[in-house]
Design a binder for this molecule. Sequence first.
Ligand code: HEC
Ligand code: HEC
Ligand code: HEC
Ligand code: HEC
Ligand code: HEC
Ligand code: HEC
Length: 424
Amino acid sequence: MDTMCIKPQKQFLAIFSLLFSIFIFNTSQVSAADGEKIFKQNCAVCHSLGKNKITGPGLEGVITRVPNEAWLAKWIKNNAAVISSGDAYAKKILAENGGAQMTVFSDFSDEDLNAVIAYIKAPPVAMAATATTSNGPQTTETPEEGVNPLALLIGVIAFLIIIVAVLRGVRHSLKNLQNEKLGLEEEPEVGPWTEFKKWMSTHKRTTAVIVLFILGGLVSSGWYALKDIGVYADPAQNREYNPEQPIAFNHKLHAGTNAINCQYCHSGVERSKTAGIPSVNVCMNCHKGISKGPTTGTTEIAKIYDAAGWDPDKGEYNKPQKPIKWIKVHNLQDFVFFSHQQHVKVGKQDCATCHGDLKEMTTARQVQPLTMSWCIDCHRKTEVPGMQDNPYYESLHKKLAEKYKGQPITVDKMGGIECGKCHY
Ligand code: HEC
Ligand code: HEC
Ligand code: HEC
Ligand code: HEC
Ligand code: HEC
Ligand code: HEC
């Protein structure tokens, strides 16, 4: 009997290591494809890999056109800097493309940069071919490749279960074969559950440990799930909240490239609790004249006209206005008091501290958790700026300066962590 068992065990090991190596192989495939992913996410809206021009030139053979590879890296990372340095080749392509602006990718790491350069130098043959023969950016979109490791793991487990079931069957028939030879009675087939129960009753301690382990896992994941209710973003988990908006409004283009002041649109920040979202009339101040954008053409701006009731052909407002239903990104609970004026005007806090750098974001997204501990942590470590110069704080400052001799006066010291300050 024992000798019979060895062989299937060996096979089993071989199958397992084969599956394992497939798993490893597949994960390395995923990282090798990063250049492709970066390209599709950042470049494919403006560049094809073939000869076709979209907003920017088709990138087929680009490595033979540009001055050298170092130039390519500099250009992709910050084309604006290359242009302003008076680079001759940059002038030439700028003229060839009617002065259209390429996005700046200053947040690319060297790794991203190398991956995307390697990719545009040698894209997969099939993709380059389809991109040359067709004329839309869509054709460069092939379905996501790479295997989801979780799916693979589940597959492996399912496979193992099948193998175990088969081996059990084989063992059972071999045993009966042996019994037949020895003239013993045939053993009835025992269900896996019965056998499992028998195993549990003979291995009580192991069973207890496993049960505790599973229970612990459930309780802790339940606890974390509860803590996450209503928390939409958490930088520690690399999680951000980024809902899709009715119009593809682009902060990077407006506040970054075109350097429009945040307050032009969010006029409430210095004088009220809320920053406010601009009405369609604010958009129309500029968009009466700008009907076409660099990445979305006329489609998105047409939605502004529709909401404003503007007829661009006749150049007049002749239709009813409709509100634009922006989706709120940041959402504090109703029982919390937060004032922009207090933080921006009095507290001199930069928008980016709480909202991230909108000048670099295409769509506004929540990057900070907005939890109570987030507010309080900042109040504990941030000094109240210009307290000594603010007449409003004169007497308070004197009192605090005496009380906390020489220590920095942080927001918590002036009562910034009292419950009533933030809760009605
Ligand atoms: C918003 C559109 C846009 C995006 C996004 C964009 N580019 Fe460009 N790109 C351009 C334009 C337009 C030019 C031509 C020069 C000019 O007018 O600024 C250009 C030029 C280039 C060139 C030089 C082409 C030549 O023929 O010499 C390279 C290389 C390049 N881009 C790579 C990239 C890469 C890589 C990405 C993504 C990381 C990217 N671009 C994203 C618009 C874009
Ligand atoms: C041309 C107008 C305009 C400018 C300039 C502008 N924004 Fe916005 N902003 C909007 C619009 C429209 C929305 C709503 C759509 C969205 O969420 O993308 C918005 C949304 C936001 C949101 C998310 C609001 C929410 O729903 O919680 C934040 C945060 C924000 N802007 C910050 C900034 C900062 C910081 C700047 C300056 C660096 C800035 N904005 C410049 C128009 C503008
Ligand atoms: C102060 C002027 C100004 C205001 C106000 C303004 N925009 Fe723009 N918008 C621009 C400029 C400049 C462009 C880029 C045009 C170009 O590069 O060809 C643009 C482009 C766009 C585009 C096209 C984007 C693309 O990538 O194709 C959209 C959509 C847009 N704006 C939406 C809005 C909305 C919605 C509002 C109101 C909340 C708004 N804009 C307010 C100046 C403005
Ligand atoms: C101390 C952190 C902090 C700073 C600094 C800050 N914000 Fe906010 N912002 C918030 C919070 C918290 C909310 C959510 C408010 C709510 O839901 O009631 C918010 C909401 C917003 C919204 C959504 C609309 C609204 O009024 O609720 C916009 C737009 C916005 N902020 C823009 C800005 C701009 C522009 C600046 C810089 C001038 C800025 N914020 C500075 C924390 C901050
Ligand atoms: C980036 C740091 C920072 C964050 C994050 C922050 N605050 Fe503040 N907060 C300040 C500063 C600085 C002041 C002091 C302003 C002043 O001088 O009155 C302040 C003051 C306040 C005050 C007035 C306190 C008093 O004693 O008058 C309230 C209320 C407040 N914050 C609420 C909040 C809430 C609610 C949140 C979270 C949603 C939050 N803050 C997040 C920096 C921050
Ligand atoms: C600096 C501002 C600030 C102060 C001070 C503050 N809170 Fe909060 N509190 C918040 C914010 C913001 C939330 C919302 C958190 C969320 O939505 O996850 C909150 C949520 C809560 C909740 C709801 C449970 C939860 O975590 O969502 C309770 C209860 C609470 N606070 C009690 C208190 C008590 C008691 C104090 C005084 C010891 C206090 N808070 C002081 C900002 C503050």
